[in-house]
Design a protein around this ligand. Structure first.
Ligand SMILES: [Zn+2]
Ligand SMILES: [Zn+2]
Length: 311
């Protein structure tokens, strides 16, 4: 590991150091036994596959009032009529049979319930910084690839913690998820885990240190926190700002388990491996506004409570 130039500038940062495992997703063949993004999961045959029962966003065609349609077909009154569409409609369309219909964004349940899509499988042996509850050595992440009412507005995420040795008869034919939101579907990727040392982003620093860092003004966060998919370590919160992640069961601080990121690129090439370059959007996933989804867990409490947010 390389000593960060940040610690040379601010030696007291050293005591806040944390390791993280960057995952470096890269396209390639995967099996249910590997750590990977978007591939098949090591799932016990006979264990119910999780499904989504939540309402998700759909665009639907709805009939328009006859009077409005008449005015929309009249070139002179059309403009005013289209303006009237504003209330609740997202637009209008000509159907194949020549009817004029409105479109609306509505919240509907999946019919039938939607089997969740595998997002990531992390073996503790590969991902040293994965926080995990006692007795487990694997994390599986699944989500429903649709926009659901938040917060956070996005995929519904479910975690499964396992001991790999418990899965003696794995499920061979895994259910197929209906994908409503194409950018939540993943290309299968292998991981190339790399351990790095990170430091708190500016917002998480003790006051004195934070003031020093601010006075320096040298792009601290981009040097302190690695970009891209990773387990453990620190993360920035450019959308919400820093908020402590407390476990609703024990009140303790939750740990960052996983960051699922749109891009692997960091600012200014701070985290680039010598001679290696990451594909920019290896999994094809787009989170929020080119951001990331963070998963925090409490490994002390029964059931391993977790929360997610989108940054
Ligand atoms: Zn759903
Ligand atoms: Zn807890």
């Amino acid at each position: 590991m390389i000593t960060s130039p940040l610690v040379e500038l601010f030696p007291s940062l050293a005591r806040h150091a944390r390791t993280a495992t960057r995952l470096h997703p890269t396209g390639g063949e995967v099996t249910m036994y590997d750590s990977h993004a978007g591939g098949p999961l090591l799932w016990p045959d006979g264990e119910p596959w999780p499904v989504c029962r939540e309402k998700r966003e759909v665009e639907e065609q709805v009939p328009l009032p006859d009077d409005l349609v008449r005015r929309m077909r009249d070139p002179e009154r059309r403009e005013a009529a289209v303006r009237e569409l504003g209330g609740g409609y997202t637009g209008w369309a000509d159907t194949a049979d020549g009817r004029l219909v409105g479109t609306k964004t509505l919240w509907r349940r999946h019919e039938p319930h939607n089997p969740l899509l595998p997002v990531a499988q992390l073996r503790a042996a590969d991902v040293k910084d994965l926080p995990r509850p006692k007795g487990t050595d694997m994390l599986q992440v699944l989500w429903c690839p649709a926009i659901h009412k938040g917060p956070p507005w996005g995929p519904v995420v479910r975690l499964r913690w396992r001991r790999q040795a418990d899965v003696t008869e794995p499920l061979e034919a895994q259910p197929v998820s209906r994908v409503d939101h194409a950018r939540y579907a993943l290309r299968q990727c292998r991981f190339e885990p790399e351990r790095v040392t990170e430091y708190p982003p500016r917002d998480e620093l003790p006051v004195r240190l934070r003031q020093q860092v601010e006075a320096w003004g040298g792009g601290h966060d981009a040097m302190a926190v690695a970009p891209g998919w990773k387990a453990g370590g620190y993360s920035t919160a450019p959308v919400t700002g820093y908020t402590p992640t407390e476990c609703s069961t024990c009140g303790g601080r939750m740990k960052l388990a996983l960051v699922i990121a749109t891009s692997e690129a960091g600012e200014g090439g701070n985290w680039q491996r010598p001679g290696r370059s990451d594909p920019d959007e290896p999994t094809g996933v787009l989170i929020g506004r080119y951001g990331s989804l963070r998963i925090f867990v409490c490994t002390r409490c029964p059931g391993t409570p977790s929360i997610e947010d989108i940054q």
